[in-house]
Design a protein around this ligand. Structure first.
Ligand SMILES: *Cc1c(COP(=O)(O)O)cnc(C)c1O
Length: 367
């Protein structure tokens, strides 16, 4: 256990020992005890978003992308038209998914260091009445940008269109409140800010939108409406659920609530993000994004100026000190990324900064 490195990646991330231990028991997927776990998870996820009155929580097997695809394919009618304000790889993935599903899609393109602007969405919706849905990525994990969910949601609602939010790397840490922010769907997964193992996605979907979605889906397995109806009727998942992941996710949510829920989780990540940016700054490593658009989830850093720098060897040297970094995902600049999430042990994120400091010192000595 102790020799597994800390993951500074935005999912999978380092989960607690208690969460790992919750995977040691086998469950029958038809068993009432297991189905009570599923129900409790669904209720608690709805409560985190203050959405119990208006929305339903529908789980979906698979990684986060499966749940995003299920939400798009189920909630957007086949003749729908999706607007995607795009500033990174996860936005582009949504646009690509729409194309593959045969849903019309239009993008508003931004630079990789710029947040989406609600005014642009307003203008696009005003100019094109055929747009039925807007798909927004809340935290664009590619660079780590926070997009203005609430402002975009108000614009979409004012135009009478519908909003689907990929909140994969923000749900549970940043505020998403269905009573305040209108949305048809918020999609997230077990393995990000709620610090469970990967393997289960979920969609917080407006009940009325789900009810109207019967027959939209191109797919049997990815049909969110069918999953919802079946689960309502039987309390079971339609097809084999990832039982160990579900049990561990339930345990992770229990710890999330013990920690103090969304406010405490968000504060921990924000403190990690500050410590990280300050600590790396002291080592001469600059973060890529302007502070105003930096989400406290993952930070992109410019590669060290050292001519001997090469990501793979840097990565391996930091890994040998117990931390797994994440490659950069920018198209033009040489960068690497460090996540602020997960159970980072006694030394916390400071331990990661110390590991990077030691590796940079070695690199300079060898130069
Ligand atoms: C992690 C993530 C996803 C889903 O990725 P998977 O690898 O399928 O789990 C989708 N959108 C965003 C913004 C993410 O951070």
């Amino acid at each position: 256990m102790s020799d597994s490195p800390y993951l500074l990646t935005p999912g999978p991330l380092t989960i607690s020992l208690r969460t790992k231990q919750a995977m040691l028991r086998d469950w029958g997927s038809w068993d009432a005890d297991f189905n009570r776990i599923t129900s409790r998870i669904r209720e608690r996820l709805l409560a985190i978003a203050n959405a119990a009155d208006s929305h339903e929580c529908v789980p979906m097997q698979g990684s986060g992308t499966f749940a995003v695809e299920a939400a798009l394919g189920t909630l957007v009618p086949r003749d729908g038209h999706v607007l995607v304000p795009q500033n990174g790889a996860y936005c582009l993935r949504i646009a690509r998914t729409c194309r593959i599903l045969g849903r019309r899609v239009t993008t508003i393109d931004y630079a990789e260091d710029a947040a989406v602007r609600a005014e642009d969405v307003d203008r696009a919706l005003g100019a094109d009445a055929s747009i039925t849905h807007v798909a927004l990525v809340h935290c664009e994990t590619s660079a780590g940008i926070l997009n203005p969910l609430h402002a975009v949601a108000e614009v979409v609602a004012r135009h009478g269109r519908r909003l689907i939010v990929d909140a994969m790397s923000s749900f549970g840490a940043l505020e998403i409140d269905a009573r305040r922010t209108p949305f048809d769907a918020v999609v997230a997964s077990s393995g990000k800010c709620l610090e469970g193992p990967p393997g289960m996605g979920f969609v917080i979907a407006r009940r009325e939108a789900l009810e109207r979605a019967e027959g939209n889906s191109h797919s049997l397995a990815m049909d969110l409406h069918d999953q919802w109806v079946y689960m309502k009727k039987t309390t079971q998942w339609r097809f084999t659920p990832p039982t160990h992941v579900v049990a561990a996710f339930d345990c992770a949510i229990e710890q999330y609530l013990e920690e103090g829920g969304r406010v405490a989780r968000g504060a921990r990540y924000a403190a990690n993000c500050r410590t990280l940016i300050d600590g790396m700054g002291n080592l001469g490593l600059r973060s890529f994004l302007p502070a105003a658009v930096q989400a406290p989830i993952i930070v992109t850093f410019h590669a060290p100026a050292n001519p001997r720098y090469e990501f793979k060897s840097f990565y391996n040297a930091v890994k040998s000190r117990g931390y797994i970094l994440y490659p950069g995902k920018l198209t033009t600049l040489e960068t690497f990324r460090v996540g602020c999430m997960g159970q980072l042990g006694e030394r916390g994120i400071g331990g990661a900064v110390d590991a990077v400091a030691a590796v940079l010192a070695e690199m300079s000595a060898a130069a």
